[in-house]
Write a protein that binds this ligand. Structure first.
Ligand code: SAM
Ligand code: SF4
Length: 322
């Protein structure tokens, strides 16, 4: 289905929880406790019903996310049931990787095609400073994802000036060695009151300059190895992508997605506050009620995000779904 700006919207990011086993400074506000899982989170049945309804409107690409989707105990069941739906053509999952050692194989068997793993540093101490987590566990998870045989495994790095900008080249080299594209993401203002703010902003232009000090970046005509907004370049033997959510003027031109939050809101845009509640339609049991809320959310998609306009966070990233 097309939105008001003639963009085809066929990609749904499904957040299954706002909980996480890490505490990334750019995503999770200090002291954030999250919702009570039982009381507020959509159940597996509800998620599957919503995904099925979305396929009737032409959604074909799906990604499970959070918070950390792997902390949800029924994540493999959710993936499996989504993959079995006739309209679901691709199924991906975004994770910090630390639980992939146990879950990579079951997720692959359930139908997950591609995995995005957050990796902000090759240096253990910087990784810990930024995420509060263990770098070794993330590395074990990356190894498990490589062994499980997913179609694509990509690495994601949110760039923070003065904290991990020196890690960009080592991360690109690691990705090349592993055969995994590395995407460098601009910091979005989505964790209020955190220690990381606009003073730490490092743009994709800055990242390209940094990478070019050590090698050539060659624009690639290769099909994008995902359905997201990254632009890819060959870098040595590897592939690097840039997600200029804040500085690229044409970033929203090809936007193709909606987000479903774990507490049952459709979010037309990451960088605008509007949301459409789906919980009432889920309870109503009225024919086409769910399709109608999807159509409404698509119609409410703005032309552009408002990150540059003194955007004030109401919902942190961990509670939206990245
Ligand atoms: N826990 C999983 C993970 O870390 O990949 C999935 C959820 S996380 C919110 C999804 C993606 O959003 C990650 O790549 C993360 O780095 C990114 N992200 C989180 N907060 C961000 C922010 N303020 N600006 C840009 N990207 C952000
Ligand atoms: Fe957790 Fe992912 Fe947010 Fe980090 S980016 S706090 S791993 S949800």
């Amino acid at each position: 289905m097309k939105d008001s700006y003639q963009r085809e919207i066929d990609y749904l990011r499904v957040s299954v929880t706002d909980r996480c086993n890490e505490r990334c400074q750019y995503c999770m506000p200090k002291g954030y406790h999250g919702w009570a899982e039982k009381a507020d989170h959509l159940s597996a049945d509800e998620i599957v019903r919503l995904v099925e309804a979305s396929t009737h409107l032409g959604f074909r690409k799906f990604r499970l996310t959070g918070g950390e989707p792997l902390v949800r105990r029924d994540i493999v069941e959710i993936a499996e049931r989504m993959w079995l739906l006739p309209g679901v053509q691709t199924l991906g999952l975004s994770t910090n990787g630390v639980m992939l050692k146990e879950l990579a194989q079951p997720l692959k068997a359930a139908g997950v095609r591609s995995i995005n793993i957050s990796l902000d540093a090759m240096d253990e101490a910087i990784y810990r400073q930024l995420t509060g987590g263990r770098w070794e566990a993330a590395m074990e998870g990356i190894g498990a994802a490589a062994a499980a045989g997913f179609e694509v495994v990509k690495l994601n790095c949110v760039m923070i000036k003065g904290v991990n900008d020196e890690q960009i080249v080592p991360l690109a080299r690691f990705g090349a060695a592993m055969g995994m594209p590395v995407r460098f993401i601009e910091l979005m203002p989505l964790a209020p009151g955190g220690p990381v703010d606009e003073r730490h902003f490092f743009s994709v232009k800055d990242a390209m300059l940094r990478l070019r000090e050590y090698g050539e970046l060659r624009p690639t005509q290769l099909r994008r190895p995902g359905h997201g907004p990254a632009r890819y370049y060959q870098y040595g033997r590897g592939l690097v992508g840039f997600i200029g959510s804040v500085t690229c003027d044409d970033f929203c031109l090809s936007c193709n997605k909606l987000r479903l939050t774990a507490d049952g809101k459709l979010r037309p845009c990451l960088g605008q506050h509007g949301e459409v509640d789906v919980t009432k339609a889920l309870r109503e049991n009225r024919r086409f009620a769910l399709e109608q809320v999807f159509a409404q959310a698509i119609q409410q998609k703005p032309e552009n995000h408002s990150f540059a306009e003194n955007f004030q966070v109401q919902r942190p990233m961990t509670a939206i779904g990245g």
